[in-house]
Design a protein. Sequence first.
Length: 407
Amino acid sequence: MKQVLFIILSLSVLLLAQNASQSPGRVEHQMRITDEMIEELSGNIGDQSPEQARQLFEQARSIQEQAWGEFRNGNMPVAKQLTEQARGLVQKAKSASIRKPGKDEKQVMRILEQNNELSEQIGAEISTSSNNDLQNMYSNALELNKDAERMMNKGDFATAYKIAKQAQSIMKKAKKQLSENSNGDKIAQALDKTDEIIGLVADEANGSGAEQVIGIIGISRQFQKQAREAFERGDFRQAAKLTFQAREKAQQAKNLAGSELSSESVSKQIERTRDALDDAASSENSDDNALLIASARAMLDKAQSALDDSNIGSAAKLTNSAKKLAAKILAASNDKPSSASVKKALSMTDKLISQTEPASDNGKQLYEQASNLQRQAQDAFNSGNYSESLKKTRVARELLNKAQNIK
């Protein structure tokens, strides 16, 4: 009898304890705790969180809403059970959000980090570039990188790795193209330098009177023309290759011209340079130009002395230096030439036309071009356009000099 009473008393205590734990106040307290846990974790769960963590968190929120629904309906046992289930899911979501990445995920993350570094290196320069193709390439790479991140967050590391590598390949290609574009300035400088070299060699070669030298200079200029065309279409590598081939040919012409110099050819260059200086002196010149003219004439005197001593190479070098000064002076005097100076220049060209008797067909063609230019120069003079007249008669004189040199 005592044993039966003890069992009945124990069951009563258990029932009272269970009813107390499922009282509205106790159940509401437990649910508030779950709400706080959900609220705390919500700040750490976002688009960048692992897919598993986001799914667990959403399940926890959904179940917690069901728990509140049962609570409002007065179903305390079910509400208590649901909020405990939601709390467990919150704990799992928290663990999933801070888990360490696996080997495959680490590989994807490493590629994505490299892509972000590449983007920082080239992004600003590409954004300010006028190259639409390069900008489209870069934008495509950024989109692919975002796709890779999304696939990684979903746990599809194989696809994420593949897409991230594609993005990296495009970024590297864009970086290379950007580098080549920046090298364009250097290639442009190289092209200008080659033009200068060819011009200097052509001046020196004119003194040799050798048709073979002039032919090699023509080949050099053809290479340089092709280099310019390659540069214009953006093929910088080909432009660099061609312009250096042009330089090689120019050097070949220079070496050959040195061996072809004669006393007679240098003497003619000295005479023509003196004529050019006389032409420049006839124009209105500044004090600086007057000094340059005097300096150039002194060089020609030294050149003549060297030639008289049979030092042909030194004479040719001095003559070319004087020619450069003469060209500089003539360029400066082109701005506002006087009627008298232009008339004198025309007279000098007319005299040269009457004295020139080209021996080769190429020389005859140059002679005809010079004659036509001289007629145009005379027309410009008659119209009062002295600058244009002076320009054309000087070009005509250069053509006559070349026509006389070609044998």
